[in-house]
Write a protein that binds this ligand. Structure first.
Ligand SMILES: [Zn+2]
Length: 292
């Protein structure tokens, strides 16, 4: 945990945070940076060309149970014309930082770290991966999508009524926290809940309030009731029955610059202390999932 370096994270965010729609020059540069940094962290890197886009996938083989895989991933594409610092330079830079830290460790299970393409075009990259993943057991997939925005202002967090009704304990905690948008949110399906609770315990050990929302198998793909919790790449894994959890800052429910709707989504608006806690807690949870 102590090896997490927020300066390296911030450098990657600063590099990536420019308009980078699929096929653009900066999209290519970000894709190349994912590949180069994963290689430097000790991963074997493949680019998965699935037709309309390209995923970057790094693999570091486990020392004892190599056929069991733990995955951490984030999408590197973004909508045209928006820098996408929080969405999702923050998550890609975060996945790369966890890769650098755990690239030093001897992990019993295989660790894969991936940068997905075309999340913004309907989760295309992660679906292409999840639909063709064979030959190994996927123990769990961690997803980062927007992990850098927080606010200590009271009542800065939106928590929609239906979610408050479904997760009353969390709603009470957020009320006691005076509606501040400074907690880590984790969404898990039932099979990934133990990994989410481990991450929560690690984050709360750092003094960072964390809210876990676990959806049952009947709820997780119920778009009418819970669609707001499955709007990122973890959904591609849920669709295939793989355990998956989503770690984020609650996105549109917190960040006014989501997709540059109210202001630009730029690096200066990010909260480094918040992101550092996300990275530390996730590093520990991924290491535990990988058998350390
Ligand atoms: Zn995103």
């Amino acid at each position: 945990m102590d090896c997490v370096d927020p300066v390296r994270w911030a450098e990657d965010v600063a590099f990536m945070a420019q308009s980078r729609p699929p096929g653009s020059i900066h999209w290519q540069k970000v894709q190349d940076r994912c590949a180069t940094e994963l290689e430097q962290a000790g991963f074997v890197v493949q680019r998965q060309d699935y037709g309309s886009g390209i995923n970057v996938i790094g693999t570091r083989e486990g020392t004892a149970a190599a056929s069991e895989v733990v995955l951490l991933a984030a999408h590197y594409d973004h909508v045209s014309g928006c820098p996408g610092a929080d969405d999702n330079a923050s998550g890609v830079a975060g996945a790369l930082e966890v890769a650098r830290v755990l690239g030093q460790a001897k992990l019993p299970r295989t660790l894969m770290v991936a940068c997905w393409d075309e999340e913004e075009s309907g989760l295309r990259g992660s679906r292409a991966f999840a639909q063709t993943f064979t030959g190994a057991k996927l123990a769990v997939a961690f997803n980062f999508d927007m992990i850098g925005y927080a606010s200590a202002a009271e009542h800065s967090q939106i928590f929609p009524g239906p979610l408050a009704e479904r997760f009353p304990g969390l709603a009470d905690e957020l009320t006691a926290n005076k509606g501040r948008a400074d907690f880590i949110a984790v969404v898990a399906d039932a099979s990934a809940e133990p990994f989410a609770l481990e991450l929560e315990a690690q984050a709360e050990g750092l003094g960072r309030l964390t809210g876990v929302m676990t959806l049952t198998d009947a709820e997780k793909l119920d778009d009418d009731a819970f669609g707001v919790l499955s709007m990122s790449d973890h959904r591609s894994f849920w669709e295939r029955g793989f355990p998956a959890l989503h770690v984020f800052d609650t996105g549109v429910f917190r960040n006014p610059a989501y997709h540059c709707t109210l202001g630009l989504d730029t690096p200066d608006k990010l909260d480094h202390a918040f992101a550092t806690d996300v990275l530390k807690a996730t590093t520990a949870a991924v290491a535990a999932a990988a058998g350390l």
